[in-house]
Design a binder for this molecule. Structure first.
Ligand code: GTP
Ligand code: SPV
Ligand code: MN
Length: 613
């Protein structure tokens, strides 16, 4: 850790690019921190930071007997999730942000932020965090620098990204890098006692896509504050990708190998807290299958030299949902969390370990809940916050693939879109062709989760699982996907596309499908379809498995469950079609003609079906 005063910002451990040094000095002048630290990314630095946070009360060290080198952070109760209403895309023109983003004029936003950031780091340290998204040296990789006054952010960024001196050394006058500024917005007066989780009720998560800048104020929660992740690797990167002909997506990447030894790589987009981490680490229930993990949240995809679709996981760690993670749902995640982990807003056991709903079949008799209160099973509230999270290095995952850092990425054979739908959407359906795939992605709706502020359970459109993360007009993003497919078709192979829904419920309100490790049964069908080994039934919404097309042997399903999972209600789908028409209308004439055409195909097939029956 190199400590320098604001006036000598260039005295860093490695030579610093002059533009970077000047920018750090400029931000320091605005935010007036007491000191500046250039982060090296070393283990010693991480150790110092976490010790300081323990002393300060931000972190509690977990009992090393159960969870070595691990910590619990309790956030302010008002700073537990992404704040979509406070997230802005400040493009020059409002129409370039589109109707699904909050827009603010760049000049106005700069003026607002200038006021908020003035003196905002007083009494604190400004950390300079150089980071790479993607393996160093890969053609996919992009660099950024986050300036933050939160040591929690620094420690998390060290786990989640490749961070420190190696990245700093790569920043030269010709390097393109993303500028990201973050402040918790809680300056300290001289001698003022700090709180455990400083934050500010006023929050702004602002993006300037044209200048590739990010300014985040008031929150230290992951998605609002680890700016490499959603802000850079999705919102800013989606704009870079549009301009440069690639894709930045909210997708996991996995490698599946079937008992015949056939392997495929699959990328899947599910909305926040809809199962990406779990699917990426799936422990198959059918013998002979192997699933390996490449990424659990973000994928960057491009056409390789060979014309094939290739993808990397730009991250280096997992910031995963804790509740629901247990030995029977996600064994790999439980095992990877043996140590070296930061837990945020989970409960604390009396012997100093972490606990959350779903970790064990029954809760301990007594806990300290995520807000630091006594808790017993009779309390009637969750002990861990529903959006409590773990932060852990990807390398600790037992199912991590040898290829997870392959600089050339892995070849993607199939893409899956998913969502959380109580009704209507079948367990799995295959798209007819690329245009239909984009139509499916564009019209996905999903029930909202605790990952963002809002009403949990309310159904909303979440196109490509990118609603909160697309840095430009969503209709232009659909057009970009269409043209990306044309480019693939021109030179290589277009991956097959599927939609899944693990969350359909029966009349009793229970999930019809067992999910988790049993999802391998759906993967099996998908792989067999890609290889042309099984037939399908054509329906208005795409190709469905033949009767008994999904292997359900040894599954304890109630009679008629598979019929319910695939039941197609034409009337309900005609209403969906009306909903899609109104949705498209929100984007005016920017909606690609191909998508209107797909809507008409859907309608006419539904009407023909309704007449035929
Ligand atoms: P983000 O990190 O927010 O992007 O979420 P994610 O998509 O990685 O979601 P994650 O895998 O963490 O799952 C979120 C919640 O859904 C957890 O509580 C899981 O236990 C639950 N879940 C995941 N897969 C399944 C499944 O197949 N069936 C059911 N019923 N629940 C699931
Ligand atoms: C999500 O909300 O989709 C996440 C968690 O992956 S966060 O990084 O906080 O956005
Ligand atoms: Mn996510």
């Amino acid at each position: 850790m190199t400590i320098v005063t604001p006036s000598s910002a260039s005295t860093s451990p490695v030579p610093v690019d002059e533009t970077l040094a000047a920018w750090v000095a400029e931000i320091a002048e605005l935010t007036t921190p007491d000191r500046i630290v250039w982060c090296t990314g070393s283990t010693a630095e991480f150790d110092t930071l976490t010790r300081e946070m323990v002393a300060q009360g931000t972190l509690t060290r977990l009992n090393a007997e159960f969870r070595p080198y691990s910590f619990l952070a309790r956030s302010d109760p008002s700073d537990v999730a992404r704040v979509e209403q406070r997230t802005f895309i400040c493009s020059e023109r409002e129409e370039d942000a589109g109707p699904t983003n909050n827009w603010a004029a760049p000049d106005e936003m700069r003026a607002t932020l200038g006021g908020l950031f003035a003196g905002s780091m007083r009494g604190r340290t400004l950390y300079v965090v150089p980071f790479a998204m993607g393996p160093l040296g890969s053609p996919f990789t992009r660099i950024g620098v986050e300036l933050t006054d939160s040591p929690y952010v620094v420690a998390s960024m060290r786990i989640m990204t490749r961070m420190g001196s190696d990245v700093l050394a790569r920043i030269t006058p010709t390097t393109e890098w993303v500028r990201a500024v973050h402040s918790v917005g809680a300056p300290l007066a001289p001698g003022e006692q700090d709180v455990a989780w400083p934050s500010n009720p006023v929050k702004y998560i602002s993006h300037f896509p044209e200048t590739r800048e990010i300014w985040s104020f008031g929150s230290a929660y992951g998605g609002n504050a680890l700016l490499a992740k959603k802000s850079m690797a999705l919102r800013i990167a989606s704009v870079m990708a549009r301009d440069e002909g690639w894709l930045a997506e909210h997708m996991l990447i996995l490698k599946a190998t079937n008992p015949k030894g056939r392997s495929m790589h699959i990328a899947a987009a599910f909305p926040s807290a809809c199962g990406k981490t779990n699917f990426a680490m799936l422990a198959p229930t059918i013998p002979g299958w192997t699933i390996e993990t490449i990424g659990d949240d973000i994928a960057w995809l491009r056409q390789g030299e060979d014309g094939r679709l290739r993808a990397i996981n730009p991250e280096a760690g997992f910031f995963g949902v804790a509740p629901g993670t247990g030995p029977s749902t996600n064994r790999n995640a439980v095992d990877m969390l043996w140590g070296n982990s930061i837990f945020t807003n989970v409960a604390l056991t009396d012997d100093g370990d972490a606990w959350w709903e779903g970790l064990t079949p029954t809760p301990p008799a007594h806990l300290t809940d995520w807000q630091g209160n006594d808790w017993t099973p009779a309390s009637g509230t969750p002990a861990a916050h529903p959006n409590s999270r773990f932060t852990v290095a990807a390398a600790q995952c037992p199912s991590i693939s040898d290829d997870w850092q392959n600089p050339d990425g892995v070849v993607i054979d199939a893409i899956i879109f998913g969502g959380r739908r109580t009704s209507n959407v079948p367990l799995v359906v295959e798209a007819r062709d690329w245009d239909h795939s984009v139509f499916i992605g564009a019209t996905i709706s999903s029930e909202q989760t605790a990952a963002a502020e809002g009403t949990v359970g309310s159904l909303r459109r979440d196109p490509f699982a990118m609603l909160p993360f697309c840095g430009y007009n969503m209709a232009d993003y659909w057009a970009h996907w269409l043209s990306f497919g044309r480019a693939l078709r021109g030179r290589g192979r277009v991956p097959r596309v599927f939609q899944v829904n693990w969350f359909r419920k029966g009349e009793d309100g229970r999930f019809l499908w067992p999910g988790f490790g049993e999802n391998v049964r759906v993967l099996e069908w998908i792989m067999d379809r890609v290889d042309g080994e099984v037939g399908a039934v054509e329906t208005p919404i795409g190709y469905l498995p033949l009767r008994d097309g999904i292997d359900t042997s040894d599954l304890d399903l109630a009679d008629g469950t598979m019929d319910e999972l695939f039941a197609l209600d034409d009337e309900a789908w005609l209403r969906e079609a009306d909903g899609i028409e109104s949705y498209f209308a929100e984007f005016g004439d920017r909606v690609p003609a191909e998508l209107h055409a797909q809507l008409e195909v859907l309608r006419s097939m539904l009407r023909a079906g309704a007449e035929g029956s």
